[in-house]
Write a protein that binds this ligand. Structure first.
Ligand code: NAI
Length: 462
């Protein structure tokens, strides 16, 4: 048993950032993690491994479709699935060991095992009970279940099973046209699977800009993915060699079936707080099962805090990281703060999709007068040279003041390009501020400047 200023439960992006920053600010810190490696869902079975597979399969796509156009004759590329998975596992290892190294460097103790909170100020792991002035719950989330669809992580999988399928499926059905469904769906589509996405709503990526969603669907279709929208999945029946999926079209209630070798369930995630003893402790939850916190991440129990996917807000690693960082500062007596109006969201397909701030839909709903500056990557020299001219940048600015309210990018490196807008928004920039900033030529980021110009006197290369 040991005594700490802070014990963080969970070593995902929220937890490990909180632990490291608190230690850097002088607190005596431990982090409890029951997995064999640190890093939580993100590093072990989420963001990082999926990006490795997205990277590998994008290279495959380039070799298959664009190498010859550039005079590169390397023959038909072959996929060694086992080797690709080994590459992905190596990437996971490098990253999880990186967090372990940072824990050692910053003197954060890793308490191995699964934690519960038997009483305020106490954390139990195995037979040991440790004391802590502050306890932070950063236990993340798990895949939400769907009635009639039983996950076995072999033929009916969540994102976890989708990262280590025994073989590349011939036919894959993805339930849910959200981030996980489209990222993992496009991995397998590039590997040659026939991928069909079944989405409950009449559009994909709900919450994102509608125009971006339409373009995105069109581009994914061009890459071979199929979409059934407005459909409610009724069940998945496991037969000898395949899975039979039943769904109803919402418009006419008609029932249909679809066969697949693999079904990926990607209909959202829910907070993971099992085994913590929150009930007995009396921790308040929201109606959605999230841990209820105030603006300083405090729960209703003195000294117990919560961050990341376990609380309200978008389930994004970087949102959790920022909360972990801010809470560490608060616990160290500083003024930690997260600006929830400027949290980018990225979908790492090809092309990438990135967004920040308001959408046209949310501005219309709020009745706010806005203007749109849009620029297509077709007018960007670098994008044309690199076979990456699909997509556009769209900046939304206040009609009167020109202040940037949001931005939506579908195109090459959208996930990186969006940050220029994020910094601008943090500084209360007007579109003209971006438009008057010199951007290196030839870069993709010129498209961002052009969209900013389009908010004023017009783009130059349109
Ligand atoms: P999501 O919320 O992004 O998408 C779920 C989709 O499933 C929605 O389009 C929803 O309308 C649909 N759906 C719900 N019930 C359905 C049903 N019964 N039948 C058909 N469709 C149904 O959730 P997803 O993709 O599972 O991701 C979970 C979380 O993880 C999200 O919050 C996401 O932001 C996060 N994530 C973020 C990534 C990133 O930042 N690149 C990567 C992967 C996950």
């Amino acid at each position: 048993m040991a005594s700490y200023d802070l014990i963080v439960i969970g070593s995902g992006p929220g937890g490990y950032v909180c632990a490291i920053r608190a230690a850097q600010l002088g607190l005596k810190v431990a982090c409890v993690e029951g997995r064999k490696t640190l890093g939580g869902t993100c590093l072990n079975v989420g963001c990082i491994p999926s990006k490795a597979l997205l990277h590998a399969t994008h290279q495959l796509h380039e070799a298959e479709h664009n190498f010859e156009k550039m005079g590169l004759g390397v023959g038909k590329p072959k996929v060694d699935w086992k080797a690709m998975l080994a590459y992905k596992d190596d990437v996971i290892g490098q990253n999880t060991k990186g967090v372990e190294f940072l824990f050692k460097k910053n003197k954060v103790d890793w308490i191995k095992g699964w934690a519960s909170i038997p009483a305020p100020g106490k954390v139990k792991v195995g037979k040991d009970t440790h004391e802590a002035k502050h306890i932070v719950i950063a236990t993340g989330s798990e895949s939400a279940s769907l009635k009639g669809v039983e996950v076995d992580e072999k033929t009916v999988v969540t994102s976890t099973g989708a990262l280590e399928l025994g073989k590349i499926p011939k036919k894959m059905v993805v339930i849910g046209g959200g981030v996980i469904g489209l990222e993992m769906g496009s991995v397998y589509a590039r590997l040659g699977s026939q991928v069909t996405v079944i989405e409950y709503l009449d559009r994909i990526i709900p919450g994102n800009d509608g125009e971006v969603a339409k373009t995105f669907q069109r581009l994914l279709k061009r890459q071979g993915m199929e979409f059934i929208l407005g459909a409610a999945v009724q069940g998945a029946e496991k037969l000898k060699t395949k899975v039979k999926l039943t769904y109803k079209l919402r418009k006419d209630d008609s029932e249909h079936t679809l066969d697949a070798d693999t079904v990926l369930l990607a209909t959202g995630r829910r907070p993971y707080t099992e085994g913590l003893g929150l009930d007995a402790l009396g921790v308040e939850l929201t109606k959605g099962g999230q841990i209820a916190t105030d603006k300083r991440y405090a729960t209703n129990i003195e000294g117990v805090y919560a961050i990341g996917d376990a609380i309200d807000g978008p389930m994004l690693a970087h949102k959790a990281m920022d909360e972990g960082h801010a809470l560490a500062e608060i616990l160290a007596g500083q003024a930690g703060h997260v600006n929830y109006g400027v949290i980018p969201g990225v979908i790492y397909t090809h092309p990438e999709v990135a967004s920040v701030g308001e959408t046209e839909e949310s501005l219309k709903e709020a009745g706010r007068a806005y203007k749109v500056g849009k620029f297509s990557f077709m007018g960007n020299g670098r994008a044309k040279a690199n076979f990456a001219a699909d997509g556009f940048v769209k900046i939304l600015a206040d009609k009167e003041t020109d202040r940037i309210l949001g931005a939506h990018i579908i195109g090459p490196y959208a996930g990186d390009l969006i940050h220029e807008i994020c910094v601008g928004m943090e500084f209360g920039a007007a579109a003209e501020d971006i438009a008057r900033t010199c951007h290196a030529h030839p870069t993709y980021s010129e498209a961002v400047r052009e969209a900013a110009l389009a908010c004023g006197d017009g783009a130059l290369h349109a």
